[in-house]
Design a binder for this molecule. Structure first.
Ligand SMILES: Cc1cc2nc3c(=O)[nH]c(=O)nc-3n(C[C@H](O)[C@H](O)[C@H](O)COP(=O)(O)OP(=O)(O)OC[C@H]3O[C@@H](n4cnc5c(N)ncnc54)[C@H](O)[C@@H]3O)c2cc1C
Length: 329
């Protein structure tokens, strides 16, 4: 039986969030004929939220799923091939001009001259049933995204790291009161960040406290908390419950092949989207543990496609020169 031929493409995009689709728009317009795999969450994280009010170009705001359908349509308009499927394994070439391989759904392989990784990051939740039920109804993992909806209200933030402090200070500017729940008797955050939140008058820090249950039928109305030392419980009235206990970048399949930081975020070179391997680029939350916004993800998506296009251009030039040399020899 003839060996099944492996399909080879110029540009493979992994992920269908703002980074992946923006990379696709740019790559398609540069004639890279991109092939995109959506993963298990077509449209990415924004499909889990109702209102997106901070993405430029939508003066009246837009709901996340609709916005991501529009991203997809724009990418398809220029010829992007969008496929439902998960990349489950990769074999990345270390050579400049080398061919990378990726496996779809543990089945067939696809080869690519360039790969743009836009697999995002997943926010960590506590795992409380009430928290999951009220996601989008006052439970959020992004203060910058959703804080505005709780203007003048009381909210709580869970976490004791730098991010939790950042989120609490951001919310304190908008909200009436912010209660910070810190599981231990001290924070993991840097001293500077701790002092910053301690000085803000409308932030109350409750050490040794954990959330037990988010209260409310359809929207958050309160929070049951426990002092993990005394075991005393109490209920506080809040309208927003913000998780700030970290994110997990979706980089498991790249471990051992691509450079990552301790938390697993892909490392890129300088201001570019280049990873440590030629022809492999990273865009969006998968390489950004700092800003994590749709607009920044889209921005780096466009950069990745431009980097991929230049990379292919430079390889073609080298191949052309080699061809000319062998003809004249
Ligand atoms: C509830 C919520 C509300 C938010 N609200 C806002 C907001 O109002 N404004 C704002 O700017 N930002 C908001 N954000 C943040 C924003 O969603 C992210 O910054 C943005 O989606 C990151 O885009 P991305 O393309 O990097 O990754 P993601 O959106 O995370 O997309 C990752 C994609 O990769 C795919 N994928 C993962 N692994 C694989 C694989 N192995 N193979 C194939 N595909 C794979 C996934 O299926 C997904 O499609 C919000 C986030 C959340 C969770």
């Amino acid at each position: 039986m003839a060996k099944e031929e492996i399909r080879r493409v110029k540009c493979l995009i992994i992920g269908s969030g703002p980074a992946g689709y923006t990379a696709a728009i740019y790559a398609a317009r540069a004639d890279l004929n991109p092939v995109l795999y959506t993963g298990l969450e077509p449209g990415g994280q924004l499909t889990t939220t109702t209102d997106v009010d901070n993405y430029p170009g939508y003066p009246k705001g837009i709901d996340g799923p609709t916005m991501m359908v529009e991203f997809q349509q724009q990418a398809e308009r220029f010829g992007t091939e969008v496929n439902i499927g998960m990349i489950t394994e990769v074999e990345l070439s270390k050579e400049t001009g080398g061919i990378h391989r990726a496996r779809v759904d543990n089945k067939e392989w696809i080869e690519a001259q360039t790969i743009i990784i836009a697999t995002g990051a997943t926010a960590k939740y506590l795992g409380l049933p009430s928290e999951q039920r009220l996601r989008g109804g006052g439970v959020s993992a992004c203060a910058v995204c959703d804080g505005f909806f709780y203007k003048g209200m009381d909210v709580a933030v869970v976490g004791g790291g730098d991010t939790a402090c950042e989120e609490a200070s951001y919310l304190a500017n908008i909200c009436n009161k912010v209660t910070m729940l810190v599981r231990r008797d001290e924070m993991r955050a840097s001293k500077a960040m701790q002092h910053r939140v301690e000085r803000i008058e409308n932030i109350e820090i409750k050490y040794n406290h954990e959330a037990v249950e988010v209260l409310g039928e359809n929207t958050v109305e309160g929070l049951k908390i426990i002092n993990n030392q005394t075991k005393e419980t109490e209920e506080i009235k809040i309208s927003g419950f913000f998780l700030a206990i970290g994110h997990t970048p979706n980089t498991e399949i790249f471990k051992g092949q691509l450079d990552m930081d301790d938390a697993g975020y892909l490392l890129t070179k300088g201001k570019s989207t280049k990873t440590n391997l030629p022809g492999v680029f990273a865009a969006g939350d998968v390489q950004d543990n700092e800003y994590r916004q749709a607009v920044t993800a889209a921005g780096t998506g466009s950069m990745a496609a431009l980097d991929a296009e230049r990379y292919i251009g430079s390889i073609e030039e080298v191949l052309e020169e080699e061809k000319e040399k062998s003809v004249s020899a």
